[in-house]
Design a binder for this molecule. Structure first.
Ligand code: V07
Length: 249
């Protein structure tokens, strides 16, 4: 089901992915195509977060995880980084009332300590102001890296072993789950569906442990152009796949 215009196709409510994660790539390319500065692409990308949040919530998705800023993105030009760091502030000012109206709860994972104070406080306020919402979770990965997350988990578990709080040989998958930044998502920590926009077909240090059994959908659509209908298409694609988790049917 890869048609572009499929609003009319019925999605089986039993086969809606519960947790969808998206690598929002292509903002710079979107701007370049229009001879605009890269930051114009990021602004458009942020506006699209609003569109896709609405669409995901309407489809019945329970967790939407968006890769907003990676641990590697600091290597970009200083002006671009500082503009990107202002986006959570703009987002908070413009979209949080609407999220509350839609009963959407904001969560954030990543190392926030390295972010500017204004960015951190906008994030903290978005989390606090939506803490009572029990609809869809909008989970931003911000200054997040999959290896950084795993290294921290290993350090924590090794420390606990060193302190005699646990036996190294008894460490289970569930102990690792509990030490990762997705632990607050509980049963929903692992994405059912991972989407990457803009044509690149790689994971780029996004969720690593959690995508062990995720279905992957890559689309050429640039993130600012990725529409509610494109999300539906990806979900239809997901619904058509036979997930076995390594077993046979
Ligand atoms: C960012 C916009 C989306 C396209 C990709 C990169 C740029 C929303 C947020 C955000 C983060 C925390 C929060 C509320 C909103 C955001 C960054 C970049 C760093 F509480 N979009 N967006 N944060 N982009």
């Amino acid at each position: 089901m890869r048609s572009d215009n499929n609003t009319q196709i019925k999605l089986d409510p039993q086969r809606i992915p519960q947790h969808v994660a998206i690598i929002m790539d292509g903002n710079g390319r979107w701007a370049k195509k229009r001879l605009l500065p890269r930051i114009a692409g990021h602004k458009q990308g942020m506006d699209n977060v609003r569109t896709i949040t609405r669409a995901a919530s309407a489809l019945g998705i329970k967790v939407l995880t968006l890769y907003a800023f990676s641990t590697e993105n600091w290597k970009r030009p200083k002006d671009e980084v500082s503009y990107i760091m202002s986006l959570p502030v703009t987002f908070f000012n413009n979209f949080v009332p609407e999220l509350i109206e839609q009963n959407v709860r904001v969560m954030i994972m990543g190392d926030l300590t390295a972010l500017p104070e204004s960015t951190r406080s906008a994030c903290a306020r978005a989390i606090a102001d939506t803490a009572h919402c029990d609809g869809m979770i909008l989970n931003f990965a911000l200054n997040y890296g999959g290896r950084d997350e795993l290294r921290r988990a290993v350090q924590q578990l090794a420390q606990e072993a060193e302190d005699g709080k646990r036996q190294a040989r008894d460490i289970k998958d569930t102990d690792i789950d509990a030490a990762l930044m997705t632990a607050p998502l509980g049963k929903l920590a692992d994405p059912d569906l991972l989407i990457r926009t803009s044509g690149e077909e790689r994971i780029s240090n996004f969720l690593l442990w959690q995508i062990a059994y995720s279905e992957l959908v890559f689309t050429d659509r640039l993130w600012p152009d990725f529409s509610a209908d494109d999300l539906r298409s990806a979900c239809a694609d997901y619904a058509s796949r036979d997930r076995r988790f390594g077993a046979v049917k």
